[in-house]
Design a binder for this molecule. Sequence first.
Ligand code: TXA
Ligand code: MG
Length: 334
Amino acid sequence: MERVTAADLEAAVRALRAGELVAFPTETVYGLGADAGNPQAVRRIFALKGRPARHPVIVHLHDIGQLPEWAREVPPAARRLAEQFWPGPLTLVLPRCAAVDDSVTGGQDTVALRVPAHPVAQQLLSAFGGGIAAPSANRYGRLSPTRAEHVREEFGDAVKVVLDGGDCPIGLESTIVAFQNGAARLLRPGRITAADIRALIGDLAIGADLASPRVPGSTAAHYAPATPLSIVPAEQIDAHSAALARGGRRIAVLAWRAPRAAVPSVTWIDAAAHAPQYGHDLYAHLRRLDKSGCERILVQEVPEGEAWAAIRDRLRRAAAGAGSADANTQGEAP
Ligand code: TXA
Ligand code: MG
């Protein structure tokens, strides 16, 4: 990681110890980090993001050995998942230790924990020693950053230290699995799929908001561009975008194939037809289209199948939240 020097890491650790915020890369997205043991520092994250205080944040740990400092109880199935997938893009929601502050948990009796795999995150956690509370490093409800420059776009100089680890290799947020009364529930799909989890622990309930995504009002606005965004059935994307672009109206398309015929006022991104690459590029593509000055973003519906589940989830939320100045009032589901 030649972009992050030893001096950068020292500056980051100094900032964390002083109660300041540090943005850092993980394998999923960039995080906006604070010392999880310092409630005042954690509250700064909420202030800067504009995030409601009752929304809990994930505590990032260096290794599985730190679990007992944060979780008072680790069900055997949760331990199996941690042993298999940490370090990696999996967050576990577990009963919290009494010492974990309400600023981290949003006042709940649980805490979300994750051991990230990114070498820069690992180095930072190792040098810091404690837990780092970190949501994605974006303004509340907006697109998650997958490059250091995205973090700068979101916050300018308000975050003193931004560790630049280049492009996040996965590009979509971690899979979240909650354990309550020993039973596992998928709260947010990610690169680690429901099938991956079931293969290891058996039963896994799927979060209610994900099981019923088409019920109006049940899809939380999140991960959203400022431009109105809609999802268009795969076969209709050419006709639909051409119709909307009539009269020279500027339309943006995120598809996973080339256009059948080029339309001058349509900005068309031909994204990867391979789910891991599509997921890696998704937020950067949406950011680019959001800045393109178009009136509307159309997203070609992605294929069926589990490899696309996390992408479908983020696109649904983006469509629900896009273009509404008050996306924030609809609440943030996990
Ligand atoms: O990949 C990721 O998870 C990234 C990187 C930076 O680690 N982080 C991330 O954080 O996506 P954030 O805050 O944007 O999303 C965390 C989600 C939120 O939807 C929050 O509601 C949920 O985790 N969460 C955190 N603590 C929870 C808890 N105790 N119970 C239920 N959900 C929780
Ligand atoms: Mg987020």
